[in-house]
Design a protein around this ligand. Structure first.
Ligand code: AMP
Length: 196
């Protein structure tokens, strides 16, 4: 585990694909810029593909420190970003997600696929269970997550989730607005992420 740094680190989960149309890459770029503009560090899955590559490139181009965490198997498939401030190589996907969480004080999901969903739901479950107190943001650009939010309302109406769980998600359409709402809980959260 590394020691906490003075600069907050936000972990971004997002698509390894670019999506259809240019707009999704553009939003990832804006998120990378917004992280750098706040002097924060970016932690992410270490890939150079899709939205992942776009958010990392934009953060780096604007002076942010970017830490990628990637399993050895994906490294050898040559999808790793080779220009990062730091590339942490781990053995397994579980180690990767734990390491990404340990390095971060906040979590953001951008548009993505099953990998993004899995990471989002895992870190959300960890918060519900008390493993951390850090904020979790959803960048709901162009209504990407509207269907998910409707389904989550259905899960509350049917009694399988509750309002306190939903309140753990911060939802915004604009990258800067999302980070600004997360800044204070990121700074005030006490204790480190600990998966025990
Ligand atoms: P997906 O949303 O299915 O495109 O998966 C993206 C998420 O899963 C990212 O946040 C990564 O942490 C992880 N991931 C999936 N594919 C890759 C890849 N080729 N390189 C690095 N990370 C990946």
């Amino acid at each position: 585990m590394s020691l906490p740094s003075a600069r907050p680190a936000v972990c971004v989960y997002c698509g390894a694909r670019p999506g259809v149309g240019e707009q999704w890459l553009q939003y990832a770029h804006l998120m990378g810029e917004a992280i750098a503009a706040r002097g924060w560090r970016l932690v992410y899955g270490g890939g150079n593909v899709g939205l992942m590559g776009a958010v990392a490139d934009a953060a780096l181009a604007n002076g942010a420190e970017v830490i990628g965490v990637i399993p050895e198997r994906l490294l050898t498939l040559e999808v790793a970003h080779r220009g990062l401030s730091e590339l942490v190589v781990v053995q397994t996907m579980h180690q990767r997600k734990q390491r990404m969480a340990e390095l971060s004080q906040g979590f953001v999901a951008l548009p993505g696929g099953i990998g993004t969903f899995e990471e989002l739901f895992e870190v959300w479950t960890w918060r519900h269970l008390g493993y951390h107190q850090y904020p979790i943001g959803l960048l709901n650009v162009q209504g990407f997550f509207d269907g998910l939010l409707s389904f989550l309302a259905h899960t509350e109406a049917t009694g399988f989730t509750d309002a306190s769980q939903h309140a753990m998600l911060t939802v915004e359409q604009d990258p800067g607005a999302l980070l600004d709402r997360m800044a204070s809980p990121m700074a005030s959260s006490t204790g480190r992420f600990q998966l025990i």
